[in-house]
Design a protein around this ligand. Sequence first.
Ligand SMILES: Nc1ncnc2c1ncn2[C@@H]1O[C@H](COP(=O)(O)OP(=O)(O)O)[C@@H](O)[C@H]1O
Ligand SMILES: [Mg+2]
Length: 296
Amino acid sequence: MKVAIIHDAPVPTSSSRQLMIAFMKRAAKVVYLRLSKLVSYVSDGEGWIGVGSDARLEELDAAVIRGLGNVVTLETFLRRINLLRQLESRGTVVINPVNAILTARDKHLTMLELRKLGLSVPETAVVEDVFDAVEIAKRWGKVVIKPLVGSMGYGSILASDPDMVYNIGRLLQMHGLPIYVQKYVRRYERDIRVFTVGDSVLGAMYRYSPEGTWKTNVSQGARTETAEVTKELEEIALKAAKALNLLYTGIDVGEADYGYVIYEVNATPQWEGFMRTTGINPAEHIADLVIRLAKS
Ligand SMILES: Nc1ncnc2c1ncn2[C@@H]1O[C@H](COP(=O)(O)OP(=O)(O)O)[C@@H](O)[C@H]1O
Ligand SMILES: [Mg+2]
């Protein structure tokens, strides 16, 4: 069994390393591939993938994508997506599936897909005109303006004043970026990160925002504690994973006055904080699932 862990970090992240160890423990051969070093060829009469300029990528049974890297242009984004699709079309089991990563990467598209299955999400809008953003914010009161594509809490701003929305929105508009506005809904200064692999929920943890702040990302200093996986939480998480066709995922669930809401579904979640808190290592479960799928 040959498996690749794909990301663009020069040094594998802790989650990537955990995965590599889990595959090695199962006697699989593992390679770590950087997206920026993969070459998509049409040469010698066929399409194939190279590693750097002189090696050919060997046949792989499976590949786990751990992120698309820091992509700033549409061209690089398309080329990376197409390269991963090329890998999929060679018959390699690619996890998460490229299309699923594409949907989950777009926070708004994620909301639309979740609603299709009746899951509760905060009121959300994506707009291009700053005046539309201001009017929407006036209607909703406190809003969060998030990067449409982003992670680890970076770039999200809480705005309770329409003029703040105007100033942030204007900057985004000047940079040619859409403005993603979401109603601020939460009952407590925390959210719940639920981790799923295949058809099971591995566990969940509360993430409390540091004093005086509102974000609950571990990378923003959140304090964590194991949460009970209630029947309802389990149902929501599995439904969300299914809505987006994600074979493993980290789901951010909020508690509103009217029940659970989903803030985000991550297609390439990190799990260092989850593992430290719950003692569960998702890498072991992901490796088992990948091997099962590659063999079937
Ligand atoms: N609409 C919202 N209302 C209240 N809190 C939110 C909302 N959206 C996000 N948050 C908080 O901010 C955190 C980060 O937002 P999220 O959408 O998960 O983006 P990121 O990709 O940066 O993690 C969430 O985990 C949650 O605690
Ligand atoms: Mg999040």
